[in-house]
Design a binder for this molecule. Structure first.
Ligand code: NAI
Ligand code: SF4
Length: 522
């Protein structure tokens, strides 16, 4: 029988390797031929390490969170079997409601296949999009991506097909694809999970982007904090080259595409597209003024597609199944599916891929099960550290770029961080400004200086010093940051600040402190 154990970083961090060793040792002790397949993660993170045993009809049965101590009992029936009597048995994996209620498109293979098996990838529908793209003109591929309604999954939601078309029609022979895998938002891990669990999908998507725009070279910019994803991605690129569907003569055609993995040195701002391009060129990651747009003058001054991992990874299925099929999912102008990520104080943290339009309430309660602490949910921060804090009365909001923007929030990269009623929103606000101060690239004044002044103003408000004047000052500072910053780092920092002030004013309304902020801090 086959036993599946993830090699994803989240599973490894809670002992997946020890579980795999225990299975191997037990099988050897019993002289059994057990095949252990190391997969990506299914994304049910509270159940990691999630071990799966393949039943006689191919159905997989889940056990978790697995421990080495619980392994011998797996062999009760002689060989690892879908034994429902095992104390950690969860039944057929696909029937677990958290998975059964999802609609996985981009993550359809993640956690199922061996990430570095080309045969496994092909057997599960891999290459269908690339094969289709090889029969299309560049213009047709761009049109298909436009028709699908795919928007940039990095957070800004710009129509992907339009961006590709801009690069396709830009003058010049040399063009690039730059994949942004510098997933820096707190509470997000979808890019990492995909690169560790289904790296060929990303390679396929990037190659299609090359065919669609005339680019013959691409770069994946990865954060150094993702060592497992880096190794997997590098191995996958080498295998793809060896298999002949990356490099010269893709799939026996006269088309070519070369792909390189580059690793950043660890700075949040390098996820901003122009800072990422600077870093890729070997310079310090500092934001460039736009225009010119990277689509026209990007990497080394050449027309460049800069897309997030999830945007590029959505493309093979769009071509394989047709743009119309992808566009049937979603609401309004938010088409397709989004891999949401549940994190923070949540009972069932993990990855939830569903069509746009799902409510925040469903994500937090139906999937997430409320808080891990069992206390009431007080707020959810949506869209990373620069996203808004949303209170319960906004949980009816559908996940939709426009609906979120209408209340001063953003979908972002799909991250959701849950907080219970013990959270101090004034402290969270301070954190947002401090984060901006630390991560600022320093190029423009509102962000470099304003964020630091903001921290000081919050300290004075919390200390009860001249409260009304300081609140007015903070509001003024937020306006300067939003309107005067060169990039989204400074521009979005007011979002957590203003949402916290608007929805949780009581947390800023403490009894006046008699001393100064400095004395209070001391
Ligand atoms: P933006 O709205 O300026 O641009 C979005 C994209 O569209 C860029 O690639 C831009 O070059 C391109 N673009 C704009 N107009 C174009 C045109 N006419 N033709 C072709 N391309 C065009 O947004 P920006 O500053 O790139 O990103 C901000 C977003 O980043 C935020 O909304 C936030 O959600 C997200 N973000 C994501 C993080 C993550 O870890 N994934 C971290 C921090 C922020
Ligand atoms: Fe740099 Fe901040 Fe200005 Fe962006 S807003 S360019 S991060 S200083």
């Amino acid at each position: 029988p086959r036993v599946f154990i993830p090699r994803d970083a989240a599973a490894l961090s809670v002992g997946a390797d020890a579980v795999a060793s225990a299975v191997r040792a037990e099988a050897e002790a019993r002289d059994l031929a057990v095949e252990i397949v190391r997969t990506g993660s299914r994304g049910l993170l509270w159940l990691e390490p999630l071990l799966e045993v393949e039943g006689p009809d191919g159905t997989r049965y889940a056990f978790g969170p697995m421990t080495p101590e619980a392994v011998p009992e797996l062999f009760e029936a002689g060989v690892p079997a879908p034994d429902t009597a095992h104390p950690l048995a969860l039944g057929p994996t696909e029937a677990i409601p958290y998975l059964a209620d999802q609609h996985r498109v981009t993550f359809s293979r993640c956690g199922i296949i061996d990430p570095l098996s080309v045969a496994d990838y092909r057997a599960h529908g891999g290459f269908a999009g690339l094969d289709r793209a090889l029969t299309m003109t560049a213009e047709e591929i761009c049109a298909a991506v436009t028709d699908s309604g795919l928007r940039g999954r990095g957070g800004a939601g710009f129509p992907a097909g339009r961006k590709w078309d801009t690069v396709r029609t830009a003058p010049g022979e040399t063009k690039y694809i730059a994949c942004n895998a510098d997933e820096g938002d707190s509470g997000t891990f979808a890019d990492r999970m995909l690169m560790e669990g289904d790296p060929f999908l990303l390679i396929e998507g990037i190659t299609i982007a090359g065919l669609a725009t005339g680019a013959t070279e691409g770069f994946i910019y990865m954060r150094s904090e993702y060592p497992h994803a880096i190794t997997t991605m590098r191995d996958a690129v080498a295998l793809a080259e060896a298999e002949g569907w990356l490099g010269d003569g893709i799939h026996g055609t006269d088309r070519r595409f070369h792909l390189h993995v580059r690793v950043g040195a660890g700075a949040y701002i390098c996820g901003e597209e122009t800072a990422m391009l600077e870093s890729l060129e070997g310079r310090r990651g500092q934001v460039r003024a736009k225009p010119p747009l990277p689509a026209l003058e990007g990497l080394f001054g050449k027309p460049t597609v800069v897309n997030n991992v999830l945007t590029l990874a959505a493309v093979p299925d769009i071509l394989a199944f047709g743009p119309d099929v992808y566009a049937t999912f979603g609401v309004g102008r938010s088409r397709g599916t989004q891999p949401f990520q549940l994190a923070g104080n949540v009972r069932r943290g993990g990855l939830v891929e569903v069509p746009f339009g799902i409510s925040l309430h469903d994500l937090v309660y139906r999937f997430g099960g409320g808080t891990a602490s069992g206390r009431p949910v007080k707020a959810v921060q949506a869209g990373g550290p620069l996203g808004a804090y949303l209170p319960e009365h906004l949980f009816h909001l559908p996940k939709d770029y426009e609906a979120f923007a209408a209340v001063g929030a953003m979908v972002g990269h799909g991250g959701l961080v849950v907080f219970d009623d013990t959270v101090d929103m004034a402290a969270q606000t301070r954190f947002a400004l401090e984060f901006c101060a630390i991560e600022s690239c320093g190029k423009c004044t509102p962000c470099r200086i304003g964020s630091q002044r903001g921290v000081e103003v919050i300290d004075r408000i919390v200390a009860g010093e001249d409260r009304d004047a300081n609140l007015a000052l903070l509001d003024d500072l937020c306006t300067v940051l939003a309107d005067g910053s060169l990039c989204a780092m400074g521009g979005l920092t007011p979002q957590p600040v203003r949402s916290a002030l608007r929805h949780f004013p009581e947390d800023f309304d403490r009894p006046p402190h008699t001393g100064t902020a400095r004395q209070a801090a001391e």
